[in-house]
Write a protein that binds this ligand. Sequence first.
Ligand code: G6P
Length: 609
Amino acid sequence: MCGIVGAIAQRNVAKILLEGLSRLEYRGYDSSGVAINNEVGVRAHRAVGKVQALKDKFEATPLDGKIGIAHTRWATHGKPTETNAHPHFSGPDLALVHNGIIENHEVLRRQLKELGYEFKSETDTEVIVHLIHNELKTEPDFLQAVKNSLKHLEGAFAIAVTLNDQNHRLIAARKGSPLVVGVGIEENFVASDQLALLHVTDQFIFLEEGDVVELTRDGVTIFDSKDQVQERPISVFNHNIDATDKGEFRHYMMKEIYEQPAVISACLEGRISHNKVLTSCFGANSDFLKEIDNVHIVACGTSYHAGMVAKYWIEDLANLPCTVEVASEYRYRKVAVPKNTLFLTLSQSGETADTLAALRKAKEQGYLTTLAICNVPSSTLVRESDLTLLTNAGAEIGVASTKAFTTQLTALLITAIAIADQKGQLSAEQQQNLVNSLRSLPAYIDEALKEDEYIKQVADRFANKHNALFLGRGPMFPIALEGSLKLKEISYIHAEAYPAGELKHGPLALVDEDMPIITMVPHNNMLDKLKSNLQEVAARGGELYVFADQDTELHNEPGVIFTKVPKVDEILEPIVHTIPLQLLSYHVAVVKGTDVDQPRNLAKSVTVE
Ligand code: G6P
């Protein structure tokens, strides 16, 4: 999604804004822009493509000033062109950046045109800046004019606005899109997330729905949705590693793949004792666990795949019915909620528009309670859910989710065990075994990573492939789905995933010598059935890529490329098998020469519908 940054300082803010944009680039990277407000007026540079193109413009023609706003765009209304790039202007003096979607922009555009406003871009954003300009004709106070204008907007927004004769203040607001204030010494900032400002401050105020904020050099004044001044707490950012540093790795994605043993340990910390899951990790009152009779999981993208795995665990361990659904579907349908149902959302960002809308809807539906499994403690999803279990993966920059996914799975397994325990479905010995498995997970991930070099060679075989088919059975089916999503996201190879038993009902027609079939082989009672499915493929000349542990007695042979995965307890297989698939997608993308960390058309955090 788009990212915004704003700054008001005693020093030149151009470099601060450009660095902020680089740090936000993972949110959107099809164009960017900066407007600087100084004695001469408000002037802007915009560029199509990466933030580097904008930096080049600043290099050629510097703009200096002590107040400014900046934007990195993920196009929704109008192509990624310089004209559509933010900041947008109304007249020469008023500039605005926006993240979100204005749903009534067509109506507003018509009204503003009737008032004589000319639109330069195809964006929905441009209506906001003209609305404010129009308000200023009758309301001389800049802050009040912004507040008045926001009342006309339907949809989601986070905005920052600067006006030429208002060099002492910057106005920002949020409703439906994230926005955080960065507090400095004689300088203050706003941005879509904290990462964008870590080079200038570690003190943050999280704005709430409907907040409008006035930033001056000396202070921050927040008005809530009822226009009352509010004091909000300052949080100090406490990540000890700067996630925006790639370290020894060529891409963030690879760095994040390799961080998995450490972040899974962080996810387990404080959640398990030597023999049980600590229910206190769900908060002081964990009695709700005993009352759950059903679980309804709602999420998007990769998080949805994590939810699909959890269904197997919850039904198997806790013996409770569990349904899993994508948020964009859930939010628009009539739902029937069985008694005592836990509503569980999964999100790495905690800002996904569809997931937030689903949570807000669920709160009206009589669920037992709402639990968010999320990676961002300050996110809207966390703040609006009754209960939270943080995944503690640290900031993830690569657009294709890796460590955020495996920590979600870890947190989900903890949750499934806790529910099973509280529902009386686990003996002490069973729980002890599960906890032992969880404790050994980081070491198994480490072992799985050792196949990296080998998988790199396997990936070379995909250089000229255009399609791929992923197969799995049981909880390995969602892992196959996740593997195929990863491959298509970053290598642009068309990939699909099927439950292996469905092969004969259609996809077998696609199998020939050009079609790689990637199979996640579990070591359980499905092994023999899966081997039969593989025979069906081999008989049609398909090239099989098999990921399995050595005891499955599968190995390299003509038509079969075997990759070893550590032998682990069955319950951990979906997590451990994810690692080679991440590595495969990564290396295929590198072979294909695509942009691994910022694949075309995608955004890390989808804050619009
Ligand atoms: C985007 C990201 C995906 C992510 C999905 C859901 O599409 O590119 O990696 O899985 O959003 O995001 P969430 O933050 O809710 O997990």
